[in-house]
Design a protein around this ligand. Structure first.
Ligand code: BGC
Length: 360
């Protein structure tokens, strides 16, 4: 009898240890190092600070959880990204995590992943028109835009001030689905003031296609701002505010202003809290940025990878917003927060995101 009980207890203990060993417990046990498998991580470019952080965070967190990682950057070149993903598929990755360059250009390689039975997590940017995308993890992109819009409303006191104020708009790459959400969120907040004439766009450039910036390039944004300044603000017309969807476009706008504009410095928005832009915020050359803690997103995606590989239910918190053309992709949205010169220390330094000397 005693023997029987003992062997029953032993086999329960063995099953339990097996479960823990293959990440079968809760998410905490997965990220505590129980994972096994190869994860392909495709990132768009090293040119922008944030993707370097995203890639590095993903790699170290996945490795800490026990996975092997194939991390690739594609220099913002779609063909390069496609061939990197093809290589990951043929090398037998267990999960693909993809931050796309152009969300609509991965259909074929996504079908190959599906045929090979490889689950795909779209990272930060949604992959469009493919039913191979299993999950999407990002920050709430629409909220990023509304926070930028709201900042402008408050900074200019649009509710009370008479105005009119001159506004120009800069958003991102047309191939990046996020850009539609950022721009849409900001415009939804600003539109009533544009309609009432309190905000005036001197250049008349207000449609998404007119204000998009190929590849989110600082140089492109700078060129467009220079043209706008010389055509519409040369005679001393005051530019009050520039809504920039992210920090790389804000940087281009700031560069153009420094060289070509002598009026009162406008309110400028941004996103990412890139080091160069935080420095500009401290120096009074950019008003705010949206802080998206890339560590949070990476941790969430590592958790999702563990859940997928363990055959567990994958944690999502949004099942209505992100339709990629084949249906809504179950998503996990992290919350973006607002940063400016008053709270950046707490957000960025106290949290260990940057060191004080990074910003000097
Ligand atoms: C990201 C932003 C980033 C932009 C340019 C977007 O998809 O969400 O954080 O600034 O791409 O790389």
């Amino acid at each position: 009898m005693k023997k029987k009980i003992l062997s029953a207890l032993l086999s329960i203990a063995m099953v339990a240890s097996l479960l823990v060993g293959c990440g079968g417990g809760d998410a905490a046990s997965t990220s505590a190092g129980g994972g096994e498998g190869l994860v392909g991580v495709a990132m768009p470019t090293k040119d922008l600070q944030r993707w370097n952080q995203d890639g590095a965070n993903m790699k170290s967190e996945l490795e800490a959880a026990g996975y092997s990682v194939d991390l690739q950057y594609a220099s913002n070149d779609v063909a390069t990204q496609v061939s990197q993903i093809e290589n990951m598929i043929s090398s037998g990755v267990d999960v693909l995590v993809v931050a796309s360059i152009d969300g609509s250009s991965l259909g074929t390689v996504m079908s190959q992943a599906k045929e090979a039975g490889i689950p795909v997590i779209a990272y930060d940017r949604l992959i469009m028109d493919s039913d191979a995308v299993s999950y999407y993890a990002t920050f709430d992109n629409y909220m990023v835009g509304t926070k930028q819009g709201q900042y402008i409303v408050e900074a200019l006191d649009l509710e009370n001030a008479a105005g009119p104020f001159n506004l120009e708009l800069f958003t991102g790459d047309p191939g990046d689905n996020n850009a539609n959400f950022f721009f849409g969120g900001a415009i939804d907040v600003l539109q009533p003031y544009i309609d009432s004439g309190k905000l005036v766009i001197q250049s008349g450039q207000k449609e998404f296609a007119d204000v998009a910036t190929a590849n989110w390039s600082s140089e492109e944004a700078q060129k467009r701002m220079e043209n706008i300044l010389s055509s519409y603000y040369a005679g001393g017309t005051q530019l009050d505010v520039v809504m920039c969807s992210n920090d790389s476009t804000a940087l281009g706008v700031t560069n153009a202003l420094e060289a070509n504009y002598t009026g009162k410095y406008p309110v400028i928005t941004g996103q990412d809290c890139d080091i160069a832009n935080v420095k500009n915020m401290i120096a009074g050359k950019q008003s705010m940025s949206i802080f998206k803690d890339t560590r949070t997103l990476a941790s969430q995606v590592v958790k999702m990878v563990g859940q997928i590989l363990a055959g567990e239910e994958v944690e999502v918190n949004d099942t209505t917003t992100y339709d990629n053309g084949t249906g809504v992709i179950p998503s996990y949205l992290c919350e973006p927060v607002f940063a400016d010169v008053n709270n950046y220390k707490e957000l960025l330094i106290d949290s260990g995101y940057y060191k004080e000397e990074d910003l000097q």
